[in-house]
Ligand binder design. Structure first.
Ligand SMILES: [Zn+2]
Ligand SMILES: [Zn+2]
Length: 433
């Protein structure tokens, strides 16, 4: 009899192991399918439909087309805390060069740009796969927790408008108010098996700024009869850098990058204008005002110094609708989550790193601003084979960053760690039975 019970126990463990292996295979397959079929921001129609299908099959109630292609997947499981888990769905206009068997061959054009390759170069395919894996585990363990769980599948993160659009489409009225909001992001500098938590500020606030430098066109051979906007723009590009190096405190993080500059048509023609596109990043509203004001001041006065008349001064336009606030993880909750993750991951405390904030930006911040009472955390998921990270740290080949056409996460171990980490945080945030 005892032997019978023992063999029944072994059989049960074997079944669980086989099921876990099947589930890992299924998630890997899902990841590869999503990776091979990326869609640009605001074009995530098929991805959203696929996500709705996955969550519906798991028993979640689905609401589609929230703020564009956003999807809400709700699981009510008795009284208790409300948890939101967000995963973003869009890809980038990047032509993939990873050489992996599941590489994207998709080409598409966004509404703002020319046709190009499309790639999940920011790992949003990993975020979706981990969300599905976590959702499945939470269904399987329904008997152990109590509360309300909602997954937010968000469109258009890369252009900074998806979270805003979901909120504008009545997200707070459609969804129960959360006590905790979670998300993760892939990390191209950290090894698989590891995650990182940043207490407090993690991603910067960002502004997109257009500067149009106007000149007086003419023949390239007679510069004295023209006002050259190319020379003016060149002076401004360099002067903008002094906003960070000379006017801002070295202890306040700030970035001014001129990412795009276009002017002129031909070798021997002095053009009428030069257009520049800038990204401006910092963590502090005071610094933000100083940088944006400084850009306008430098642009206008450089033009005046070159003798441009008042009616031909540069125009400076801040795209307010694209501005994003800083993402700040709730500090006490981040400290608690670090302990939860250390207890859940096979590598223990050594697999939970504390990473410094970065100057990237994330519209996940908006969910936290919309529900100020909620605890908010975005943790980062290591995706690179440990040997490659070690080699890079010892001066070997550098690791491609996210958004690089060569960023190739190692999917199976990344998914496994992502699901273990997100599931542990979810169980901790929900009520116990
Ligand atoms: Zn990105
Ligand atoms: Zn991203």
């Amino acid at each position: 009899m005892t032997n019978g019970i023992k063999s029944l126990g072994v059989l049960l463990l074997l079944c669980i192991a086989v099921n876990a292996q099947d589930e890992a295979q299924r998630l890997l397959q899902l990841y590869k399918e999503l990776h091979a079929a990326p869609e640009l921001s605001q074009q995530e129609e098929k991805t959203a439909a696929r996500m709705a299908q996955e969550f519906r099959a798991l028993g979640y109630s689905i609401t589609e087309k929230i703020g564009g292609h956003g999807v809400l997947a709700l699981l009510e499981n008795g009284p208790g805390p409300v948890l939101w888990i967000r995963a973003d769905m869009d890809a980038l206009p990047v032509t993939e060069e990873t050489g992996v068997a599941w590489a994207s061959k998709v080409r598409a054009a966004s509404s703002a740009g020319p046709e190009s390759g499309v790639m999940h170069a920011c790992g949003h395919d990993m975020h979706m796969t981990v969300a599905v894996g976590t959702a499945a585990k939470l269904v399987a363990s329904k008997a152990h927790w109590s509360g309300t769980l909602m997954f937010l599948l968000q469109p258009a993160e890369e252009i900074g408008v998806g979270a805003k659009a979901m909120l504008a489409d009545g997200l707070l009225k459609r969804a129960p108010k959360p006590d905790t909001i979670l998300a993760q992001h892939v990390d191209a500098a950290v090894a698989t098996g590891q995650v990182s938590v940043t207490p407090g500020p993690i991603f910067a606030c960002v502004d997109s700024v257009d500067v149009v430098v106007r000149g007086v066109g003419g023949h390239g051979a007679y510069p004295h009869r023209a006002r050259d906007p190319v020379v003016l723009a060149a002076q401004m590009v360099l002067a903008f850098q002094t906003l960070v190096s000379r006017e801002n405190s070295p202890l306040d993080p700030a970035v001014v990058t001129v990412g795009s500059i276009h002017g002129g048509t031909k070798h021997n023609v002095i053009g009428e204008e030069v257009k520049m596109q800038l990204t401006v990043r910092c963590y502090d509203e005071r610094v933000r005002k100083q940088l944006l004001g400084g850009i306008k001041r430098i642009a206008e006065h450089t033009a005046r110094a070159a003798g441009m008349p008042e009616d031909r001064l540069p125009t400076v336009h801040v795209h307010e609708s694209e501005s994003l606030g800083a993402l700040v993880n709730t500090p006490e909750y981040a400290a608690h989550a670090t302990k939860v993750l250390a207890a859940a991951l096979p590598g223990g405390a050594a697999s939970v790193l504390c990473r410094a904030p970065e100057m990237g930006a994330e519209d996940f911040a908006l969910f936290g601003q919309a529900v100020a009472s909620a605890r908010l955390l975005m943790f980062r998921l290591g995706t690179i084979p440990p040997a490659r990270v070690a080699a890079a740290e010892q001066g070997g080949p550098p690791l491609p960053s996210i958004h690089s056409p060569r960023y190739a996460p190692d999917p199976a171990p990344s998914i496994a760690t992502g699901v273990t980490a997100m599931y542990a945080l979810a169980l901790d945030a929900l009520g116990k039975r």
